[in-house]
Each structure stands twice: as structure tokens, then as C-alpha cells.
Design a protein around this ligand. Sequence first.
Ligand SMILES: [Zn+2]
Ligand SMILES: [Zn+2]
Length: 257
Amino acid sequence: MMFITICIPMLSLNKDNLKKVCREYYIRGYSNLKRDDLIEYINRSLMEDEKHEVIKRNEYQIIKKEIDAAFRKVKFQENEKIFSVIVQDKSIKKIETKFKGFNWEIYSQVAINSGNVDDPYRHCDCRIGKNKGFCNHFWIGVIYSLKENYLKASEWTLTALPSDFDQKLSEVKVIKGRKGEKQLVPSSFKKKKLPEPDSKKAKNVTKQWAISSHTDPHKQYTVTLYKNKTWACSCPHWVYRKATCKHIRECQSKQYY
Ligand SMILES: [Zn+2]
Ligand SMILES: [Zn+2]
């Protein structure tokens, strides 16, 4: 258990923070070390109580940074988006969250339940996660688990939580996605309904579909097939370039006829 409380926060420190620790504790000979070696070196160089001191001083900052990023992600304010949450094993509350960036994907698995809160199962593709650190993907798993009542917030004693954590937690919710997967979204989020076409236009409309964006599942576009057999979409690609987009093609494919 000691390993967790001491090493994990250290693993989340960036190189500059680690070098700062070296300077503060007059540790020498660190300048050419890589980040991982630096952590190892600091671990060996410091007395136990000094390690505690370092962690205590940096822990909150590290955790807050990652938790803030997690909440920003739920609110669609990050480049990387939460694509879906899938429950992999109900009995141990194991979930897998898929994240999507412009050209990358991250899979993150978390299992937190009342029985393992002091060492929750976690696995993440990202750099911090690979080192068993508490990355923002992990915190997304924590947020989801709290929202689904896999554990109570009062049971979380492994780390301190920012003072606005409860407030931010109340600002997000879990909804069911289109394919039965779960999604973590802001409380104010509403699934888009098809816009009511105005009556004049409606006469010319054969059919309309709401199509999820391929990169951001929370964004939806409306594809319209008009009676004169022309198509339109509400996505930028069509609106600004009048180019047949993925969404129109998706609707044109056989499954919609
Ligand atoms: Zn991660
Ligand atoms: Zn489109």
C-alpha cells in the first residue's frame, strides 16, 4: 500500500517538477537523467518523510490538473472527446472508456467498487496511465463510477479531491448512447431531436435523418432528402462547400431505403 501512496503521485509529475524537487532537496547529478530515471533517482535519494513532503506538496496540484481536464472532457472542451463508455464486467464494475482525438484513440479501463477503493484496477494507454498514474482518463472512470453509484464519494479516501469536485460532479450525467453504450455528458445536454421542418419546406422533404458526427458522437447533423431527389446536410462540409459528405453517403447507402 505504501508504494501506491508514495510512487504514484511522483509518477504524475512532469520533468520540470521533478527537477525542481531535486533542486529543493539538494540532490546532485540529475541533469542528464530521463524522466523515469529521475523518478527512480529521487526515490532513492530522499528519506521517507521527505518523500511524503514532496507528495503532499505536489499531490493536490497533480490531481486537480487531471480532474479538471476530465471534467473539461465531459463538457466537450478538450480536443480529445469521450467516445463511449462500455461496461465490460458488471460484477466488478469494470468499464472501458474510449477516447477519440483528431487522429488518435485511447482506451482506458477502470474497475472501482467498495472492495478495492484503496487500489482500484486501472489500465490506460496514455503516458501517465502506463505508469499507473491517475490520468484524466482514470478520473473519467471515477466520475462515471460515482455517477452510477458503484461507490460513494465518501468512500474515496485514496487521494484528496478538489473542493469543487461535488459541484462539478453534479453538473454531469450519464446517458444511454445510440447503440446501448453509455455516455458521460453535461447535465444540460439534450439529445438532439429532428428539427420540425417548416410547413412550406416540409412539403418538399421526403425524409430526414439525424446522423452522429464520426469524430464527436455528441454532435449530430441533419440529412435531408428532398422530393426532387436532392440531398442536403447541416454539417459544415455540405453547408460551406456543398460537397457530398459522409453523412449524406451514409443515408444514401442501402440501409436507409
Ligand atoms: Zn490515461
Ligand atoms: Zn454532412
